[in-house]
Design a protein around this ligand. Structure first.
Ligand code: ATP
Length: 206
């Protein structure tokens, strides 16, 4: 039986806040593998002034970021379904494809405040471990947000990992790139080279 960490997100783009915390979680939880699962979202609409990336480009950046690391994998499972991507459906597919493996979901601390909006969150928490990556500026909500069963919420917040924190966010990276500023210390070189090659996150001509 393998212990697998599932790490979902938009990864637009993937950065060291994802990669370093993922590596630390692998070690701390003594897991065999981590699988990054990019969500199928429509291209970024937050910032119409910046050129968007396509799901296949987010997938490619993840592949470049993990390189040949045998403990890391990227799954395109959510990109094969139309958006939105629901974690409950992804877990069903993982359980079907990897029977016998123990699955743990990884989430950043910023996700705790929105956990109640996840489809069938109580069913997810009943069947799956969740480990939380601490993130600067995101405290643990004192009470469960919305309707999450108390015992299940307690299980989640008992699992906040004691690992280093990184003040890096994809939004800030996109904004810096659009302003022509450096982000080389925030993501792997291969990802940066791809961003340049594909002309991602540039200011749109008006
Ligand atoms: P955005 O700034 O666009 O919201 P993001 O940097 O939060 O992006 P996502 O792709 O949304 O990146 O995040 C995927 C997962 O990684 C989420 O669970 C998120 O909470 C977590 N995460 C992202 N950045 C960090 C970080 N610096 N430390 C810990 N967890 C993080």
């Amino acid at each position: 039986m393998a212990k697998i960490l599932i790490f979902g997100g938009t990864f637009d783009p993937v950065h060291y806040g994802h990669l370093q915390t993922a590596r630390a979680a692998l070690r701390l939880l003594q897991a065999n593998r981590i699988v990054f699962v990019p969500a199928n979202t429509s291209p970024h609409k937050l910032s119409p002034a910046i050129t968007a990336s396509a799901p296949q480009q987010r997938l490619r950046m993840l592949q470049l970021a993990i390189g040949a690391d045998p403990a890391m994998e990227v799954s395109a499972v959510e990109l094969l379904r139309p958006p939105p991507s629901y974690t409950i459906d992804t877990l069903t597919i993982f359980r079907r494809d990897r029977p016998g493996d123990e699955l743990t979901l990884l989430i950043g601390a910023d996700q705790l405040a929105a956990l109640h909006t996840w489809k069938e969150i109580n069913a997810i928490l009943e069947s799956t471990f969740i480990a939380v990556l601490p993130r600067p500026g995101f405290d643990v909500p004192a009470k469960p947000p919305g309707y999450i069963r108390d015992d299940l919420w307690k299980k989640v917040i008992a699992n906040i990992l004691d690992i280093p924190q990184y003040a890096i966010s994809a939004t800030a990276i996109r904004q810096r790139l659009a302003r022509g500023q450096q982000v080389a210390d925030q993501l792997p070189e291969a990802v940066m080279a791809y961003i340049r090659e594909q002309g991602l996150y540039q200011k749109r001509a008006t």
